[in-house]
Design a protein around this ligand. Sequence first.
Ligand code: ASN
Ligand code: ZN
Ligand code: CA
Length: 330
Amino acid sequence: GIEEATGTGKTEYSGTVSLETTQSGSSYQLKDGTRGNQAVNDLKHGSGTGTLYTDADNVWGDGTPGNTQTAAADAAYGAAQTWDFYKKTFGRNGIKNNGVGALSKVHYGNSYVNAFWSDSCFCMTYGDGSGNNHPLTALDVAGHEMSHGVTSATAGLVYSGESGGLNEATSDIFGTMVEFFANNSSDVGDYLIGEKIDIRGNGTPLRYMDKPSKDGASADNWSSTVGNKDVHYSSGVANHFFYLLAEGSGAKTINGVSYNSPTADGSTVTGIGRDKAAAIWFRALTTKFTSTTNYAKARTGTLAAAADLYGANSAEYAAVNKAWAGVNVK
Ligand code: ASN
Ligand code: ZN
Ligand code: CA
């Protein structure tokens, strides 16, 4: 028969973790019946749908990218943590809030240095990175990519111009929140994006939320031309807003990582904590933003969300105002 089982994942990025799997006779499947049958398929360096991972001993991977199951263990862990983050934080039952788990597919193509969400297959695809040696399966990347599915199912932010920057920032914000939520000592929460996958080959992260311009391309603050940038760079304005709202301006060390967040106008912003900041962003995304929301409308949408959650006279509402001013959105 078919029954639920608990296996062990030996991931590359998040240490040894527990994975919910499915036992079918004498074999185990990397499919999580406790989270909408989220499954992981092996693309074996090709494309298409791939093949469901199965295993005899319910121990998945060995912590190195040379073992084909390792990336699968990271992907399964990322999907589980992303599911649990949305469920336990916001009561959202899966990416579409319909109880259905997404498929994750690993080992896409050769030396493919990206990962992406697709609404049409309701699935995640992960490349193996440069030299097939740095799979893009880190936890914050998984949370980022699957959050594109949440944005698509809610606000539907168009993926260009300022709305595209807001779409990208939403994925960085919730990918980061998934990383903090997991509370994994091998993969601590930070306000860096992709710090584990070494996508640049020099050990630096892909993006920084405290001061997005540290990546050499992202915008720290709004300007009238910010919507002309690639969406992964115009996102900097909202990432910086979120950092300021959560943690405040100036210098701070969190989980051993040092940040120093400036404001556009030299003002001081006092943070309200990441959980409240995330609640405001989620409420705005799901009840205020539309497909064409730009930065000015994101400001009014998050203010309305803060008023709903905490009141229009609250410190949280005032902090949203100050954090937007801190990124030149007024
Ligand atoms: N990894 C990229 C992203 O999530 C894929 C893309 O360009 N859409 O933004
Ligand atoms: Zn993205
Ligand atoms: Ca991170």
